[in-house]
Design a protein around this ligand. Structure first.
Ligand SMILES: Nc1nc2c(ncn2[C@@H]2O[C@H](COP(=O)(O)OP(=O)(O)OP(=O)(O)O)[C@@H](O)[C@H]2O)c(=O)[nH]1
Ligand SMILES: [Mg+2]
Length: 314
């Protein structure tokens, strides 16, 4: 899916992070527990190489608990990666994070060498909320839309601990198609940068496979009757149920799509995770194969063009 965000803006965010990383002791990367792989930033992993890194699967209160456990096991089995699940609005676990950061950089601390922690993640994942919980103050601006934090902000947590809140950063090149849809469904992408109907249909397609009972329950539909129903038809049924109907009785598909997305984002449809480690491996493999085919096609076109030029020159 083509998500129309602004690569220039993201590029600036990436440069700012790269610059800031130089004097950072611990990097916290916040992932969305409903889409851990899609919300991870491979570029960040590369930029922060060698620094102690902590991954937080945030919004775990909205995610499917069994799948969150699968993802935590998956990340924690990797070398040099530590991952924990969290609900950024909860104070106690957030405050325990400070102790975890201190452990990760034991040589820092004290007034001379304050511990500097950078918090990164996609837009709207909960970075500022976490900072507020860690510091027990409403110090960072939060909001339920992407792009709330516009500039890096330094927060003094204690005499010897500094936190850096950063604007949300999206990986500019989304190679895994499913990943693009999941990011859009989660609320990381602004409304104007995507086609809500397309995103809602992809979401419904996934829900029909993995969370049919939840989908049926939310919209008072018959789960059995949804068996084998295509996504677009399910969206129409939902629209009808929720009164998203235009004059003449036609379903207002745009409205129905908005309802589906909002309900999912607010956790009204249930605790749902949009990707599993095993699925992600398959999607990623297919994306790589597709990229290789496209690259080969491009190469063939270039050679053909070159050949024509040479022939023409003769
Ligand atoms: N349910 C739930 N909501 C959360 C959690 N963490 C944050 N939120 C909500 O998610 C929305 C975004 O939170 P922010 O802290 O502003 O996100 P951010 O990562 O700073 O976003 P940007 O500054 O736009 O990049 C807010 O409405 C928060 O209340 C969580 O763990 N669970
Ligand atoms: Mg923020």
């Amino acid at each position: 899916m083509a998500i129309q965000w602004f690569p220039g803006h993201m590029n600036k965010a990436r440069k700012d992070v790269a610059e800031r990383l130089k004097d950072i002791d611990v990097v916290i990367e916040m992932l969305d527990a409903r889409l851990p792989a899609s919300s991870a930033n491979p570029m960040l992993a590369r930029m922060a190489k060698g620094k102690p890194r902590l991954m937080i699967l945030n919004k775990q209160d909205l995610a499917d608990p069994a799948i969150t456990q699968q993802w935590l096991d998956w990340y924690n089995a990797k070398k040099d990666t530590q991952a924990i699940g969290m609900d950024a609005g909860e104070r106690a676990p957030a405050q325990r994070l400070v102790a975890a950061c201190r452990q990760l950089a034991p040589n820092r601390g004290g007034l001379e060498k304050p511990l500097r922690v950078l918090i990164c993640g996609i837009p709207n994942v909960g970075k500022s909320t976490l900072i507020n919980s860690m510091s027990n103050r409403k110090i960072a601006k939060t909001g339920n839309m992407p792009g709330v934090t516009k500039n890096e902000q330094r927060i003094i947590l204690a005499d010897d601990v500094e936190l850096f809140d950063t604007p949300g950063m999206l990986w500019p090149k989304i190679e895994v198609e499913e990943g693009g849809y999941n990011l859009a469904a989660s609320g990381a992408v602004g409304r104007n940068a995507m086609d809500e109907e397309e995103v809602a249909l992809e979401l419904i397609k996934y829900l029909l496979i993995h969370y049919r009972a939840e989908l049926a329950g939310r919209y008072k539909l018959d789960a059995e009757a949804l068996d084998g129903v295509p996504d677009w038809q399910a969206l129409e049924l939902i629209g009808k149920r929720r009164g998203a109907v235009l004059s003449g009785g036609k379903i207002n598909i745009q409205k129905a799509a908005e309802i589906v997305l909002t309900d999912f984002r607010d956790g009204q449809t249930g605790r749902i995770t949009l990707e599993r480690p095993e699925e992600w491996k398959v999607w990623e493999k297919r994306a790589k194969e597709l990229a290789a085919i496209r690259a080969a096609e491009r190469e063939a076109r270039m050679q053909e063009k070159d050949g024509r030029k040479k022939q023409g020159g003769r």
